[in-house]
Design a protein around this ligand. Structure first.
Ligand SMILES: [Mn+2]
Length: 410
């Protein structure tokens, strides 16, 4: 018997097979259920010229789709199929900058700079760490970028908070395995283990919605802030939104009660209105380690002071790439000369291992001002350090090589 469906289904299917939807409009790709199944097509890959001669189709350091360090990539905000312990999310936002914009391209530049870090194939080991971030049986996932509006800062800030809260609420991957070491449960208000997020900025204002999202899970947190600038200036302007910028967001966060009074800056060297800026900074809850302190007191003391200040409290780490000297990281919005070297920053980060990190970010990478990708590569390498720092229990011992422990400088 002829039914309506027996007539319609073959007609509709034929339209779909030809790459048209039911309105006859060209589809960009065939619908997923019509992608050829190699099993039913009897294709034996092992006999094909490529596979029989050369094997798998691996991504090289300069090829393949762009995910951080060739991690698995999912659009986590709409796809919860892959659980993660540490997720990477991009916040391409740069409409609260005071000088050169362009950090909306930061997530792209950092992922591009990460391509030679093949954490997927076990090439993440370094002498400095004595381990690779992929050694710990945890799931490291690139969660893509949050699609933020570039036309409404209040909305974009709300979008970032919603995105971050979404990722924070996901179950961790390793939580059920014997070897998994809990990192966040003891600090979480709900007594549950939460994943940790490494955010690729974006201008520095992205930290305000991040701290708002973290506050709902952990309450007020300490902050370690690597930056040439204080970013604690009081909001100014004639509207609320005008007052929220990449130079004031910490003052806004503190006024909202998102931070404890035990935070610390590292690498400060910007121009100020006077010592009053530092006095105000103190009321926002920060101690200051200046750029020159590294010469006067040395790296070990810098590390020691940061660790003393934070203790065993839950801590968020935010790193503005402008903490690095612009000679080594020129692609940033507000460059300040005379900064730390990338090596010095990396060494301090290693020394912070074992603190109770609940999240981290790297911000203000604006690749339009870059030269030979140097800033994107530096930022990606620093993210590699973030991952190790968040996973190992204590700072790695110095490399010994042809030396002995007695040769170490104290
Ligand atoms: Mn900053």
């Amino acid at each position: 018997m002829l039914t309506v469906w027996s007539v319609l289904v073959p007609i509709l299917s034929s339209l779909v097979v030809q790459g048209h939807n039911h309105r006859g409009i060209q589809e960009p790709f065939p619908p997923e259920n019509l992608i050829f199944d190699v099993n039913t097509q009897n294709i034996d890959l092992s006999k094909e010229p490529w596979t029989s001669k050369y094997g798998s189709q691996t991504d090289l350091g300069y090829s393949g789709p762009l995910s951080f360090s060739h991690f698995n990539y999912r659009k986590c905000l709409e796809d919860a199929s892959v659980p993660f312990d540490i997720g990477i999310i991009g916040f391409p936002f740069d409409t609260t900058t005071s000088y050169r914009p362009g950090a909306r391209f930061g997530p792209y530049a950092i992922r591009s700079g990460s391509r030679r870090q093949h954490l997927d194939t076990g090439r993440g080991y370094t002498l400095a760490w004595g381990s690779s971030p992929s050694d710990f049986g945890t799931s490291l996932l690139d969660c893509g970028d949050a699609p933020l509006t570039a036309y409404d800062n209040a909305k974009a800030i709300d979008q970032m908070e919603a995105a971050y809260s979404t990722l924070l609420s996901r179950p961790v991957f390793g939580g059920t395995s014997e070897s998994y070491k809990e990192k966040t449960r003891t600090f979480a208000l709900d007594g549950k283990e939460h994943p940790r997020i490494v955010t690729l900025g974006g201008d520095h204002t992205i930290v305000l919605p991040i701290l708002r999202a973290l506050n709902k899970v952990y309450g007020p947190v300490s902050v370690i802030h690597f930056d040439a600038h204080l970013d604690t200036w009081a909001p100014s302007g004639t509207t609320v939104q005008e007052g929220i910028t990449h130079g004031s967001f910490f003052a806004v966060a503190a006024a909202e009660g998102l931070m404890t009074n035990t935070s610390i800056h590292a690498g400060i060297r910007c121009k100020m209105t006077g010592i009053g800026d530092i006095e105000h900074d103190d009321t926002v809850g920060f101690q200051v380690i200046s750029t020159d302190d590294i010469d006067d007191y040395g790296i070990r003391k810098v590390i020691e002071k940061i660790r003393q200040r934070i203790g065993d409290k839950p801590v968020y780490l935010s790193l503005d790439i402008d903490v690095v000297d612009p000679g080594l990281a020129p692609a940033t919005g507000t460059p300040e000369v005379g900064g730390w070297t990338t090596r010095e920053v990396k060494r301090i980060l290693r020394g912070l291992s074992g603190l109770n990190f609940i999240g981290a970010d790297i911000v203000e990478v604006a690749p339009a001002y870059d030269s030979a990708d140097i800033t994107g590569i530096a930022a990606a390498d620093i993210v590699h350090d973030f991952l190790s720092m968040m996973l190992v229990d204590e700072p790695p011992k110095p490399h010994i090589g042809p030396f002995s422990e007695r040769d170490l400088l104290h």
